[in-house]
Design a protein around this ligand. Structure first.
Ligand code: HEC
Length: 224
């Protein structure tokens, strides 16, 4: 019995070590590794890693740094933009990621294959998503408002259990940024300066396969 279990384990381990897909899929191969090893520090909200990088998202995510104006959004780069640095730090003998312990070899091999030796600014493709992938789902409720702000609570989850990340805007692609979204429950505080009337809230949620545009309800700020 014991021998049988040991043999099974050895077989499973060696299968992992050699089983690196030639063109890894971001959703199926890469995202679970980042979720398990990196996102607790390099996610949203950011715990202790450097600003300007979030590894819970394939793509770059806009953030509203300087308040309500539409033109001052800056970008937090996602995992694809950081692939060369990710590959370099997981292989670093002196400054490994995760800090001190590094990453197991099988996982590191997959991240390195995904990076594929590309230069910074040449993001690796997403690769094949899950065949029957289902889009994430979001529900937003208003928690409260005062004279200048509106507080919204959201619940963003994925029926397939994928890690989801993204952001929300008022009235679609060119609208005011409401804030960054992460998997699970979170809160957004919207500055109401210049916002009048009824506005749709649109969530751009990435489940690793694609960015899904989701209708997340509407807010009614009233007339001036
Ligand atoms: C315990 C928290 C923690 C975990 C877990 C962690 N990191 Fe980090 N990471 C940090 C901190 C703190 C820094 C900034 C200091 C430094 O560069 O060493 C950093 C820096 C980085 C940088 C450099 C970013 C830059 O702008 O130069 C990369 C790339 C990185 N991490 C990738 C990863 C990857 C990939 C994983 C998972 C395999 C991971 N990290 C897991 C805390 C963490």
């Amino acid at each position: 019995m014991t021998t049988f279990v040991r043999l099974g384990l050895t077989a499973a381990l060696s299968a992992c070590a050699t089983d690196v897909p030639e063109t890894p899929s971001f959703q199926l191969d890469v995202m679970p590794i980042l979720a398990a090893n990196c996102v607790r520090c390099h996610g949203e909200p950011r715990l202790i890693g450097p600003a300007g990088m979030r590894l819970d998202s394939y793509g770059d995510v806009p953030v509203d740094e300087a308040g309500p104006g539409p033109d001052d959004d800056v970008v937090v780069a996602g995992a694809a933009s950081f692939a060369p640095l990710v590959a370099s730090r997981i292989q670093s003998a002196t400054r490994p990621m995760p800090p001190r312990f590094g990453l197991d070899e099988a996982s590191a091999d997959i991240l390195i294959a995904w990076w594929g030796g590309r230069e910074l600014g040449d993001p690796p493709p997403r690769g094949e998503p899950r065949l029957d992938n289902r889009p994430p789902e979001i529900a937003i409720v208003e928690l409260g408002r005062d004279a200048t702000t509106l507080t919204l609570r959201y619940d963003l989850h994925d029926p397939d259990g994928d890690l989801v990340a993204g952001y929300a805007r008022l009235d679609g692609a060119s609208g005011r940024l409401v804030g960054p979204l992460h998997a699970g429950r979170g809160e957004l505080v919207l500055d109401l300066a210049g916002v009048i009337g009824t506005h749709a809230v649109v969530a751009y949620a990435d489940d690793g396969a694609a960015v899904h545009e989701l209708a997340a309800g509407a807010i009614d700020v009233g007339s001036p």
